[in-house]
Ligand binder design. Structure first.
Ligand SMILES: Cc1cc2nc3c(=O)[nH]c(=O)nc-3n(C[C@H](O)[C@H](O)[C@H](O)COP(=O)(O)OP(=O)(O)OC[C@H]3O[C@@H](n4cnc5c(N)ncnc54)[C@H](O)[C@@H]3O)c2cc1C
Length: 461
């Protein structure tokens, strides 16, 4: 792979275009953003020590994702994803998790969407064309590889300094027993097989998380499951109109304020990004499986092997794509303009919604409608390593029931790594708020979220 890096105006160009477009882009309007209500400021509990190692994601505020996982809000349907996937004049093609209907919001979905976009492009292109790929996440990497293998002259433009997009492994053997994953790494069994077939052979580099426990302030609680959500979704099917999941739960007689149900909604949001107050009950996000498999290792590196021999330019946000029926012209954040025959755009839905890329002419109405109708959900993750375990349970999936924890879902990696490592997952609006916290406040919030799992000091026990 030949990697070039452009340094000027990174981010600034995208921001300027965003501001300009905010003033002049016609309808449809982006979906309104929810008003943020600041939560109570947590204090660090003495029972949960300060971590010796700490890493967290901030996808919600990252200008090259502005969110984590797309989902269907109330009123939207999977056709929005298909409309966004439609090629424009056979020159501009869209790929990425948001345009897949079978497995949206996943790595597999991103890869499958990329394969379809690449095949559609190859079908409309001549023998050897100059093709640009915007974004070097799973979709961009796979699309670029397929196009190059088909004989095209491909250049990949990646906004960030690093490759991988929402797959992000932090390799630091001195600090961590396995590389912390700040993006995708948890897959169902079928997805593991699919990933092996299409992207990378994971082999036995996985750990299986299938031993859940739930805790309240008073100790063990019954298991957290998706029964209430499944029942609400089933009865919502017979409603005259689509309802947000929360309303469907209320209509089915459930109480979303019930701590056990709130924990179950927290688990769903942490795995899907979907806000239960906005997510469609007609096209609901999948409730998490009882067992998930975590992929161990440097996922970025696995992915980047597909870029061998390709021309990749990092630190190069594409801020404008002009197109007509003869070709496309890309303008980068550096101000540089480059011409290609066709382009595949894999920038995340959040970036398209914030108009981080200007299209000239504006995209067709159906594309803009789809971008506006889909929702970009939030998932954030924290990795914490402790000098000593302050817990005694061997359970690998922890649910926090009741109290005011910000992070309600934890994964205990100690049984696999032998070291006291916990991974916190928060989704939905709480994740958006968590991403906004300072490092100090985020650490305190994470520690406070773990207090039900800490053994009480001996004189209290
Ligand atoms: C915290 C978290 C946990 C997740 N967990 C899972 C999981 O367990 N399992 C699973 O299957 N999926 C999971 N996902 C979802 C999964 O990561 C995504 O579905 C998938 O990686 C998306 O790939 P993509 O290529 O569509 O987008 P991305 O990976 O986001 O790639 C898009 C690329 O475009 C670049 N870009 C953006 N704007 C521009 C621009 N203007 N110019 C140039 N480049 C630009 C970005 O920097 C990025 O590299 C998770 C996501 C998050 C955030």
């Amino acid at each position: 792979m030949s990697i070039t890096r452009r340094t000027l105006l990174v981010g600034a160009g995208a921001g300027a275009v965003g501001l300009l477009l905010a003033a002049c882009t016609p309808e449809p309007q982006p979906a309104p953003t929810r008003t943020k209500t600041p939560g109570p400021r947590p204090t660090a509990p003495s029972a949960v020590p300060a971590p010796a190692g700490w890493l967290r994601s901030t996808w919600a505020t990252d200008p090259y994702s502005f969110g984590s996982i797309s989902y269907l809000p109330v009123g939207a349907d999977p056709g929005e994803r298909e409309r966004l996937a439609e090629p424009v004049l056979d020159r501009v093609f869209f790929a990425g998790e948001a345009v897949d209907t079978a497995n949206p919001g996943t790595v597999i979905g991103a890869v499958d969407a990329a394969r379809r976009a690449a095949l559609a492009l190859i079908a409309s292109a001549g023998d050897t064309e100059r093709i640009a790929v915007v974004g070097a996440g799973a979709a961009g990497v796979i699309a670029a590889r397929m196009l190059a293998d088909a004989g095209h002259d491909v250049t990949v433009f990646e906004a960030r300094e690093r490759l991988g997009g929402r797959i992000r492994s932090e390799v630091d053997d001195e600090q961590w027993p396995i590389p912390p994953q700040l993006g995708a790494w948890l897959l169902g069994g079928d997805e593991l097989t699919a990933l092996g077939d299409r992207l990378v052979d994971i082999g036995d580099r996985t750990l299986t998380l299938d031993a859940p426990t739930a805790r309240t302030a008073d100790g063990e609680a019954p298991a957290v499951d998706g029964t209430a959500v499944a029942q609400a979704v089933q009865s919502a099917e017979s409603q005259a109109s689509d309802l947000p999941i929360i309303d469907a739960l209320i209509a089915s007689g459930a109480d979303p304020e019930d701590p056990a149900l709130a924990a179950s909604l927290g688990w769903m949001a942490a795995m899907t990004g979907a806000d239960p107050a906005r997510a469609s009950s007609w096209y609901p996000p999948a409730f998490p499986a009882d067992a998930v498999h975590g992929v161990i290792g440097d996922l970025d590196a696995f992915l980047n092997e597909h870029l061998d021999g390709l021309d990749v330019t990092t630190a190069s946000p594409v801020v404008r794509i002009a197109y007509d029926d003869r070709g496309v012209s890309l303008r980068l954040g550096t101000g540089e303009a480059l011409s290609y025959d066709r382009v595949i755009v894999t920038a995340p839905l959040g970036v398209l919604q914030k108009q981080g890329i200007e299209f000239a002419p504006a995209l067709p109405f159906s594309h803009r409608g789809a971008i506006s109708a889909l929702a970009s959900g939030f998932v954030e993750t924290v990795w914490m390593r402790f000098d000593e375990a302050f817990w005694t349970t061997e359970a690998t999936i922890w649910h926090v029931v009741g109290g005011d924890a910000v992070i309600r879902t934890w994964l205990n990696l100690q049984p696999f790594t032998g070291e006291p490592v916990l991974v916190g997952l928060v989704g939905g609006p709480e994740a958006e708020q968590f991403a906004d916290l300072s490092e100090r406040d985020a650490t305190i919030a994470a520690r406070a979220s773990l207090v039900f799992f800490a053994e009480p000091p001996e004189d209290e026990g």
